[in-house]
Design a protein around this ligand. Sequence first.
Ligand code: GDP
Ligand code: MG
Length: 175
Amino acid sequence: MARPGNKIIQAKLVLLGDMGTGKTSLVLRFVKGQFFENQEPTIGAAFFTQILSLQEATVKFDIWDTAGQERYHSLAPMYYRGAAAAVVVFDIASKDTFIRAKKWVEELQRQGNSNLVMALVANKSDLEPSREVDTEEGEEFAQENGMFYIETSAKTAENINDLFYEIAQRLAKAC
Ligand code: GDP
Ligand code: MG
């Protein structure tokens, strides 16, 4: 039996961002604890589930990863439909992917869901020596767009759980 006050929240989470930024790797790290240096750009399964238990709620994530459609920089409306959370990913070692992240955020905002919990993820933080995007730049852009900012590495697992916990916490607060 659910404890009083412990809500169950079913939340659709979508991933956006350029190809190669590590969207699939982030999800596989979170859901399966795995990482592959040679992650295939497209994978068969683009849908994952994971449950996070917080003090105040249990969040069941339905995670939608793209199966390569992001190559065309446009995702089908059904991809966004009903989403409670969105994660926009760029690669800290590629300024281009940060510039593109801004386009992905614009596309997200065109969907017109103002309640969406949004994260801006600077992935591949293990590539610090090749960094092309400053933390301050990322933080500033996130703040301007009502997102929270976090630097992760699917490779080392840095901040991966924190990313999803933060989203879960924000969803629990919003419910
Ligand atoms: P997607 O196209 O956005 O889904 O990106 P993938 O998850 O397929 O990752 C693209 C490439 O980047 C793969 O070779 C991954 O192994 C690599 N990659 C993903 N995340 C990281 C990371 O945090 N650090 C490093 N060094 N490589 C990563
Ligand atoms: Mg992928």
